[in-house]
Design a binder for this molecule. Sequence first.
Ligand code: GAP
Length: 465
Amino acid sequence: MTNDKMDKIISLAKRRGFVFPGSEIYGGLSNSYDYGPLGVELKNNISQLWWKRFVQDRNDMVGIDAALIMNPKVWEASGHLKEFSDPLVECKKCHNRFRADQILEGPSGVNFGEPTSRPVGYTLELKNKSPYEKCPDCGGELTNPKQFNLMLQTFLGPAEEKANEVYFRPEIAQSMFVNFKQVLDTTRRRLPFGIASQGKAFRNEITPGNFIFRTREFNLMEFEYFIEEKEWKKTFEYWQNEMREWLKDLGVNLKKVHEVEIPDGERAHYSKRTVDFEYEYPFGQKELYGLAYRTDFDLKNHEKFSGQNLKYRDPETGEEISPHVIEPTFGLDRSVLVTLLEAYHEDPSSAKASDGKRVILKLPLRLAPYKAAVFPLLANKPELVEKAKEIYDDLRKHFTVAWDDRGNIGKRYYSQDEIGTPFCITVDFDTLEKGDVTVRDRDTAKQERIQIKELREYIHGKIFG
Ligand code: GAP
């Protein structure tokens, strides 16, 4: 894999409406991105599949959706105000700023020293003298690293004063901890059980980059799984395996995923064990997801700072305990990125100097933005257009469906292949006589005739099994 592939993905994403550079008409905003019409479908399909798999299909999980801005005391209790920082160095000549651990990367993109992860609260062991003496941009001398807090601050209310200072949440986990008691009281859950949530998180990253891999505003999906302390090892392994299974849903080749044990001293302040799921991106092997054993650190601290009892009372024995927590965490934007990277295929037999190789986005069928596309064979034959519209309108009640009546059929196929549409349905003159259509399969390019009345079942069966 090379960065060439990354360029192709970024270009395809922009050209076809998956991901646009943010605020582009004003020259953009450093490393911000917007999901376009196809991107939002793909992103939503991933988050909905995640919600179904980890929340709705299980009887030991419930969901919440919490505010982005929380009482600042939350971040005191969680340790973020004190611990959530990265080492910052500045060039004394050009004044560009860098994350000290990241500029250890060599010129070939080989990572010589970046820690395998930089989870919440990770603090690099700083040496007295910075080993990174040269600025990667101008060769100037660098300052010694100093810790830079990543929390994104704002003010609530009209006055910009200390009392109104708040933070956009840097992780969503804390909303599960502060709502723990209310969820327990309203759902009467028994251990073990989990609380899941999805939503935005914000980090004032020193060096965002690599497209949607690292941005300052991003989407997270995670859950806190509450257990008795003695259960932690086996629960950790259980979720590690479930995370692998989830990656298969995204079409990810597990050979490109490396589960990395994070050593003592490099884990987040709350974690007693962390395994990072790293993926071989075109720009290097880096974190995709994380799995942490957070112990009872968070609930205990929130008890201390809020003065509230956040214990779990065993309904049979009446004993009160502080549950321990296993936390699987999944970046949604990184999920979109790996899904695109894994799905991207070029047809080698299609090489043409003028328009490049034919691209097929082999997305898992249920993640595809459009499940099918409907074409009238000829756009200037009203009877074909009318019949095709009828089929299009009917299928749209059940699936996301595209319509295309421009150019020749071959070009329409290529256009749908490039955005990952699994089935193209063509209405021709035989359709009017025999009531059937041609259905062409994205991955095999095979075509078969299917009766219109069986179309819905056919597509549903192929996609949802
Ligand atoms: N509650 C634990 C937690 O937030 P984390 O490793 O700091 O852990 C979780 O972040 C996940 O969020 C990562 O595994 C990654 O997928 C994603 N992520 C972290 N920082 C990100 C950023 N700046 N841009 C996009 N995704 C990011």
